[in-house]
Write a protein that binds this ligand. Structure first.
Ligand code: NCD
Length: 308
């Protein structure tokens, strides 16, 4: 087993704080290496990607990360051109891909898909987002961004605003934040509140307050994590239209934040952060996306270091 002692990255719930810190330390270490040193870490290794849902950052940053540590990537991000189109099952696709590559990253609309794939695959599986359930590598880069930009995670007030019902990044982030001493505000319209079973699971391990109006906490926040409304998860498109534009982080809100508060977003952004916020000293979402490359390179290095 590798230094992380985890074969598959399925859920952030599988991580202890020490394991989170191992990934962050590895990302720091990798980011300081010379090109030659870095590109020897996973030389000759192959990453396979099976993406059954759209992606820009996750897939590209994994590919960029693998290239930077000396490996290569292959796969499909459009099921119309894969055998899925002919009716091939997820199980068979994963079995076949695992025979060609050293690690498989999977994005799939079904909750539980990565756990299922890990049972079938004889190579490590990385969950690159599963349904509305989880996006563990996003949580790793989110926490890493907070550490890099704020110097610490402990002691911070963190506001998470948006579609908390459907946004999988929110769930992984919350399950990771359990390991830190933080105060969390969950800010959303009533119908987009976090799912009750997660509230139950988070229980007493994290201090959080659910509110509908950001005004109630804006001046207290050190981090504001914004998410989009997940249109594709709505069964009723009329309901989506009703919710659209129900919260927008603009200069009026930003002007009331602490001077050193930061704004994050897993991206893609639609209209929930107005573009004039991009030029303020608070915006960190593009840096956040960039940290994704080092975090994913660290993960690949940790998972593949001892594999032959
Ligand atoms: C997120 C996702 O796919 O869940 N995107 C990402 O990977 N950065 C967020 C989103 O789609 O809203």
């Amino acid at each position: 087993m590798n230094r992380l002692d985890i074969r598959d990255i399925i859920s952030i719930k599988d991580f202890t704080r020490d394991q989170l810190e191992i990934v962050f330390t590895a990302a720091d270490y990798i980011s300081k290496l010379s090109y030659e040193e870095r590109s020897s870490l996973c030389r000759g290794k192959i990453l396979g990607y099976a993406f059954y849902e759209p992606s820009t950052r996750t897939r590209l940053s994994f590919e960029a990360a693998m290239a930077s540590v000396g490996g290569s990537s292959l796969g499909f991000s459009n099921t119309a051109t894969a055998s899925t189109q002919k009716g091939e099952s997820l199980a068979d696709t994963i079995r076949i891909m695992a025979g060609y590559v050293d690690v498989v990253i999977l994005r799939h609309p079904l909750d539980g898909s990565s756990r299922f794939a890990a049972e079938i695959s004889d190579k490590p599986i990385i969950n690159a987002a599963s349904g509305t359930e989880e996006h563990p590598t996003q949580a790793l880069l989110d926490i890493y961004t907070i550490k890099k930009e704020k110097g610490t995670v402990d002691g911070l007030n963190i506001g998470i605003i948006g579609d908390l019902k459907h946004g999988r990044t929110v769930y992984s982030l919350l399950y990771a934040l359990i390991h830190y001493d933080v105060k969390v505000y969950l800010i959303s319209p009533e119908s987009l509140k976090i799912r009750p079973e997660s509230i139950f699971e988070l229980g007493k391990s994290i201090s959080f307050t659910e509110i509908t109006d950001i005004e109630e906490c804006i001046d207290e926040l050190d981090v504001l994590y914004v998410t989009r409304i997940q249109r594709e998860r709505f069964t009723d498109q009329e309901e989506y239209e009703k919710m659209r534009g129900s919260y927008v982080v603009g200069l009026d809100i930003v002007g009331r934040m602490k001077k050193d508060a930061i704004i994050m977003h897993p991206l893609p952004r639609l209209d929930e952060i107005s573009p004039d916020v991009d030029g303020t000293s608070h915006a960190r979402y593009f840096e956040q996306a960039r940290y994704g490359k080092d975090i994913r390179a660290a993960l690949l290095h940790l998972l593949l270091a001892d594999s032959s």
